[in-house]
Design a protein around this ligand. Structure first.
Ligand SMILES: Cc1cc2nc3c(=O)[nH]c(=O)nc-3n(C[C@H](O)[C@H](O)[C@H](O)COP(=O)(O)O)c2cc1C
Length: 189
């Protein structure tokens, strides 16, 4: 059993996975734990779609990449131009060939949706790490807009994806990238 500090250190963004599926039952246990995350007014607005079919994951990656490149061409996306080259690479899978992706979504009507989903994502990533699984938030995979694809994911009209999270058995857990010290602006006591 990991201590909390060990868990903080072990939760790294994992992008390289063993060729081994994560059973849906384990994903469901992780999602059950994620419901313990706080949400504004305890509104619990997050909805989850589990995709553990590699062909579907590849198609979702292609759709998100195409939409991001469209946005970039129309100056709607403000990401670093280096990403545009990566996204044009047909072989680049934004989900890094993970065997499972969880899409966290919710209603556009919820004012705190981004924050609530981010907290659920955080709980999912820690729950995965506590089970020896690796996870990574993939913002590049969030641009799924085709109503048919959203319907395939079970996402109703008026709802949007906030956080796609890949999950899998890590090949290795890299050390944490460098962090600067907390920038404490003031201590008033
Ligand atoms: C909101 C958000 C979006 C992210 N999107 C991506 C992404 O699209 N692709 C990716 O490889 N990593 C993505 N990451 C992972 C970050 O690159 C990673 O958290 C950061 O480099 C720190 O590494 P660590 O998670 O191992 O501590 C994202 C992380 C967050 C919080």
């Amino acid at each position: 059993m990991m201590t909390f500090t060990e868990l903080l250190k072990n939760r790294r963004s994992i992008r390289d996975f063993q060729d081994k599926e994560v059973p849906v039952k384990i994903v469901e246990e992780i999602l059950q734990e994620s419901t313990l995350a706080p949400s504004a007014s305890n509104n619990q607005p997050c909805r989850f779609s589990i995709v553990n079919c590699k062909n579907t994951i590849k198609a979702l990656s292609d759709e998100s990449k195409a939409n991001l490149l469209d946005d970039f061409a129309q100056n709607k996306a403000s990401f670093n131009p280096v990403y545009a080259d990566v996204l044009k690479d047909k072989n680049f899978n934004v989900f890094y060939n993970a065997s499972c992706v969880i899409f966290i979504s919710g209603s556009n009507a919820v004012y705190s949706l981004d924050v609530d989903c981010a907290l659920a994502a955080s709980y999912i990533m820690f729950s995965a790490a506590s089970r020896g699984l690796g996870a990574c938030w993939i913002a590049l995979g969030s641009q799924i807009r085709d109503p048919k694809t959203k319907a395939l994911l079970g996402i109703p009209d008026g709802c949007r994806i906030v956080a796609p999270i890949i999950i899998g058995y890590p090949k290795e857990i890299p050390p944490a990238s460098e962090r600067h010290a907390p920038e404490i602006l003031r201590v008033i006591s």
